[in-house]
Design a protein around this ligand. Structure first.
Ligand SMILES: Cc1cc2nc3c(=O)[nH]c(=O)nc-3n(C[C@H](O)[C@H](O)[C@H](O)COP(=O)(O)O)c2cc1C
Length: 440
């Protein structure tokens, strides 16, 4: 008689999240900041990984709630180099939306030390649903410090990090600890490693189906996937696959084909996160719709403008004229103006002030001068035609006096005008205020 006992499953802690059945946004340095994560969630990502953040970068930060948008910011105040005349701007290391990311955000740590990993993870543990250890980054900045993919070659250290995190962060904060690895060249090596990792108390393991030397453009290798999934399942750990997944449908099909529990998308989501939508939900949307939403989230999050521009370059196809335009933007106002997102201009103006980048704007003055020019031309045309001006009605005071363009104050009607018909005496409703620059 065969046993009908269910396969084991490590328990998911009360504040944690099960990776099973999930299509998730991959951790991406630079491309995985808060606005990108919100956008992925908006289009249906089930969970989002934050960008790898090195333990030492987080240690020493202070937590605060941004009073303007309610986001949680972990920031540090840089020194002003002993120059009291120099303004100091806080440096936000990590930002979380506690409402929209609640129960869905996995914080990824870059570390090579159990002690530092625990110290850093404790800082954010109360605000996230899980902590993931990066054991796959092949970049020298990561591997040279023994972090990232270097940990694949030091399994004792990697296991010690995971065990320390489970014991000192996962258990007290009731969140899951997981790891993201790459496959090793030989399946036996990968199997040996995964067999050790799943015994550390982790709740999930993501496998990027490329070896460390492989370039991102090289096709993902799926030969080892089923074996990795089996080893995870025997220990009750959820297995997420990563590498060349480009849509929700494809992710679900691959999960089925290889018996894995979840799928993770990186580069396809970096370019167009609407890839998380099914075809029935609308599928892949045109870049303009996605970019509009992205810029809106950037404004709401007060995202660093340099980071926003970086992502815009990824999301706007290179051959479009807007690609070059976005490159030239120096502020959010410029950006919204150039992309013709008129509805976002008022917020862009506010955020530019908050981020101290308003004076960098190169298009604002130009646009304002153009508006004045247009107003003048409209008025001249109207006068010449003896008809009413095409834009806003003219102030009777200024018009009656045939006065100059006023730039210093808004003229007020002295009394309610009688019924009038000509341009010069066109009535102005009492509540109408005119832009001083436009009052001609
Ligand atoms: C811009 C960028 C940044 C990345 N940063 C990280 C990171 O911080 N941590 C990590 O584990 N992997 C990082 N990766 C790797 C991805 O998470 C993912 O494993 C890889 O791109 C393969 O997935 P894909 O084929 O869907 O692109 C990054 C990838 C890209 C493109």
């Amino acid at each position: 008689m065969t046993s009908l006992t269910a396969p084991p499953r490590v328990p998911i802690p009360a504040n944690g999240v099960d990776y099973r059945g999930k299509l998730v946004l991959a951790p991406m340095v630079r491309s995985g900041e808060l606005p990108s994560r919100l956008l992925a969630l908006r289009y249906g990502a089930d969970l989002v990984w934050g960008p790898e953040t090195i333990d030492r970068a987080m240690i020493g930060t202070t937590r605060r709630v941004n009073p303007r948008n309610g986001t949680i910011e972990f920031f540090r105040r840089p020194s002003n180099g002993g120059r009291p005349d120099r303004p100091i701007y806080d440096s936000v290391i990590y930002r979380i939306d506690p409402v929209r990311e609640k129960g869905k955000l996995i914080y990824q740590i870059g570390t090579a030390s159990p002690e530092l990993a625990v110290e850093a993870a404790k800082i954010v543990a109360g605000d996230v649903a899980g902590i993931d250890v990066n054991s796959g980054c092949p970049k020298p900045f990561s591997t040279s410090g023994g972090m990232g993919a270097a940990l694949l070659r030091t399994p004792d250290k990697l296991c010690a990090i995971l065990e320390a995190l489970v014991r000192e962060v996962g258990t007290p904060f009731q969140i899951g600890i997981s790891v993201k690895i790459r496959i090793l060249a030989q399946p036996e090596e990968t199997e040996q490693l995964v067999t050790r990792l799943v015994k550390t108390g982790i709740t999930g393991l993501t496998v990027h189906c490329r070896t460390t030397p492989m370039r991102p453009r090289e096709k993902a290798i799926r030969d080892q996937l089923r074996m990795v999934a089996n080893v995870c399942h025997e220990a009750g750990v959820a297995c997420v696959m990563n590498g060349d997944v480009t849509s929700r449908e494809e992710g679900l099909a691959l999960m089925e084909e290889f018996g894995v529990d979840g799928a993770m998308i990186a580069t396809a989501a970096e370019t167009n996160p609407s890839c998380f939508q099914t075809a029935v939900e609308g599928g892949l949307l045109p870049w303009r719709d996605v970019v509009h939403e992205y810029v809106r989230f950037c404004l709401e999050s007060e995202n660093r403008f340099g980071n926003t521009k970086y992502l815009l370059n990824m999301m706007i196809p290179g051959k479009n004229k807007e690609f070059k335009m976005a490159k030239n933007a120096r502020s959010y106002w410029d950006c919204c103006h150039l992309l013709q997102f008129e509805d976002l201009l008022p917020l862009a103006e506010q955020v530019d002030q908050t981020l101290n980048i308003a004076d960098r704007s190169v298009y604002k003055e130009e646009a304002r001068n153009k508006a004045v020019q247009n107003a003048l031309e409209n008025n001249e045309t109207a006068r010449a035609a003896g008809g009413a001006p095409r834009s806003k009605p003219t102030s009777p005071v200024v018009a009656a006096a045939g006065g100059p363009i006023r730039t210093n104050s808004i003229p007020k009607p002295t009394a309610k005008p009688e019924t009038t018909t000509t341009v010069e005496t066109a009535p102005v409703p009492e509540q109408t205020t005119q832009q001083p620059e436009l009052a001609a």
